[in-house]
Design a protein around this ligand. Structure first.
Ligand code: GDP
Ligand code: MG
Length: 162
């Protein structure tokens, strides 16, 4: 079976946009409002000749207020089925308690993690990405899933992790 890369993170950080960017086509559902991605959708993906299964997460049918509470729950399931995890944070927002909770789950699982500092659309956002060193997950990769900035370096790191 192909190695599995699970994309996790809070609603609206740009997971599905990043998945589409990696796939090179619009397949994952992107929404301005959180809560529309179906539970765990898998796609065949490839980078630099390495094939892997990409899992988008985030299907919350509850009200928006209840979404945060389910992020860690969803993340735990996704981490369990993954060989490596792509943890996406919105660098313009920074980290939240939910992110800290997810970091604890990642530590416990001991799976390789690549940290994506998303929504770094230009050089001005680099400082926001740098701030994510505070999560203790190693180097934050500054990325703009929307424009494609930084995704090559991110995917090179993903291949090392898989
Ligand atoms: P998800 O809930 O984590 O899957 O997030 P989505 O991929 O659905 O994206 C949520 C919103 O953030 C959408 O309006 C996207 O267009 C926007 N978005 C995603 N990536 C970026 C990015 O790199 N830069 C900016 N400016 N917006 C982004
Ligand atoms: Mg999504």
């Amino acid at each position: 079976a192909l190695p599995v890369l699970a994309v996790i993170g809070r609603p609206n950080v740009g997971k599905s946009t990043l998945v589409n960017r990696i796939l090179g086509r619009r397949e994952a559902v992107v929404e301005d409002k959180p809560g529309v991605t179906r539970d765990r959708v898998s796609y065949p993906a490839e980078w630099s000749g390495t094939h892997f299964t990409l899992v988008d997460t985030g299907g919350w049918e509850v009200d928006v207020a209840g979404i945060e509470a389910r992020v860690a729950e969803q993340a735990e399931v996704a981490i369990g089925l993954a060989d490596a995890v792509l943890f996406v944070v919105d660098a313009t927002v920074g980290t939240t308690n939910t992110d800290e909770q997810v970091v604890r789950l990642l530590r416990k699982a001991g799976k390789p993690v690549v940290l994506c500092a998303n929504k770094v659309d230009g050089p001005a956002g680099e400082a926001d990405a740098f701030a994510l060193w505070s999560l203790g997950l190693g180097e934050p990769y500054p990325v703009s899933a929307l424009h494609g900035r930084g995704t090559g370096d991110l995917l090179d790191a993903v291949l090392d992790a898989l």
